[in-house]
Write a protein of this length. Structure first.
Length: 373
């Protein structure tokens, strides 16, 4: 019989985490919840445990997943991980996405594992699957367990496992039971080769979501999101389309704008609308947006108009400070035209035109994943 720990009824959940870590160290399998289903995990340092997990998951031809603690730790296992694959992992993990990628580097941590274990976590052509499932319990376990962890989907029932009932008869297993999971299905498994991606196994994330998440997102930020940032975003979109020779979805770069003190739904100022028309663009449909954490999180590049904007964003979200920059590369500020005559707005537009051109020249969409339909 498996050891079943009821997470919901525990007075000390940390004790369950320690029991799970001890079980992995002893070479036992551990069944844990993720956001969509239950998965089995094992220590990659215990050959017998990895083999048992492979049998449990029916993975005789499909490799088990290596479970890095973060997207960046994936580079320990796959040093040649493509920039596009790393960006995608950073945007989705922890989450329901498994990335299969070639591993041709002898510097990979995988080469520290036994030959038998490598046979369960890599294909004959050295393809490796990486996944950071979304659940705080696995996060706790990963922080305490010192070695690499592998995981997979148990195949003892039709579809994914959303409750532990069918596993309680298993021997040499520890189960952390959080009850029935109202999940949406299995994780999506994708193969990424350079900047090309394709879905191997359909799951929670569909093609349209992967395409949207793979885009480079540039976020322009000012104060009220009615003057500088919407003009900057309009200029950037046009220059991106001109440089990369496409329109709409054919350009894998999107541009948005927001304000640190915006009143949601306000139109662009009259001066901004008039100034931008001379560049062949319109802000007639613009509505202001207050910046939120998810916008900064999803953006690959945040360009602000002044030092105050950067200070506010870096103070509120210091973990993202390395992607927040002044639009003016010379460390100057873009003057605020709010309330001024049309000449002030036109001067601002000229500043924005000059500095957006500089940033567009730096963009390299070659690392953006292009998905096969």
């Amino acid at each position: 019989m498996a050891t079943v720990l009821d997470w919901r009824g525990s007075d000390d959940p940390s004790d369950y985490v320690h029991q799970a870590v001890e079980a992995l160290t002893q070479g036992r399998l551990v069944l844990i919840p993720t956001e969509t289903c239950y998965i089995g995990i094992a220590s990659a340092l215990r050959e017998s445990a990895v083999q048992s997990l492979s049998e449990l998951c029916g993975s005789d031809r499909v490799p088990l997943c290596i479970l890095p603690r973060s997207p960046e730790e994936s580079l320990d296992f796959v040093p040649n991980l493509s920039p596009g694959a790393l960006r995608l992992a950073q945007k989705i993990w922890p989450g329901p996405l498994v990335i299969q990628h070639a591993n041709g580097s002898m510097a990979s941590t995988i080469h520290c594992l036994s030959n038998q274990t490598r046979s369960f976590v890599a294909t004959a052509d050295r393809q490796v699957r990486l996944w950071q499932p979304g659940n705080e319990i696995l996060g706790y376990i990963s922080r305490l367990f010192s070695g690499p962890i592998v995981g997979g989907l148990p195949m003892r029932s039709k579809g994914v496992m959303t409750e532990v009932t069918g596993m309680v008869q298993e021997e040499n297993m520890l189960i952390i039971d959080t009850g029935s999971i109202d999940g949406l299905g299995a994780p999506t498994v994708v193969s990424i080769d350079g900047n090309r991606g394709r879905i191997l196994d359909s799951g929670v994330l569909v093609l349209e979501q992967l395409q949207a998440l793979s885009q480079l997102l540039i976020l322009m930020v000012c104060t009220g999101n009615t003057c500088r940032s919407p003009m900057a975003a309009a200029l950037m979109r046009k220059k991106i389309a001109d440089r990369f020779g496409g329109e709409g979805d054919s350009v894998p770069i999107s541009v948005a704008s927001a304000g640190i003190s915006a009143s949601p739904g306000d139109p662009a100022s009259t001066g901004a609308r008039n100034a931008i028309r001379s560049y062949g663009m319109s802000l007639d449909r613009h509505q202001s947006t207050q910046i939120h954490s998810y916008m900064v999180d999803q953006a690959d590049l945040v360009l602000v108009m002044g030092h105050r904007h950067r200070n506010v964003l870096c103070s509120q979200w210091p973990e993202y400070s390395d992607k927040i920059f002044l639009l003016a590369g010379d460390d100057s500020e873009i003057s605020d035209p709010f309330g001024g005559p049309i000449e002030v707005y036109q001067h601002c537009a000229k500043q924005l035109d000059r500095h957006t051109s500089s940033w567009v020249e730096r963009l390299d969409p070659s690392s953006v994943i292009r998905w096969e339909s």
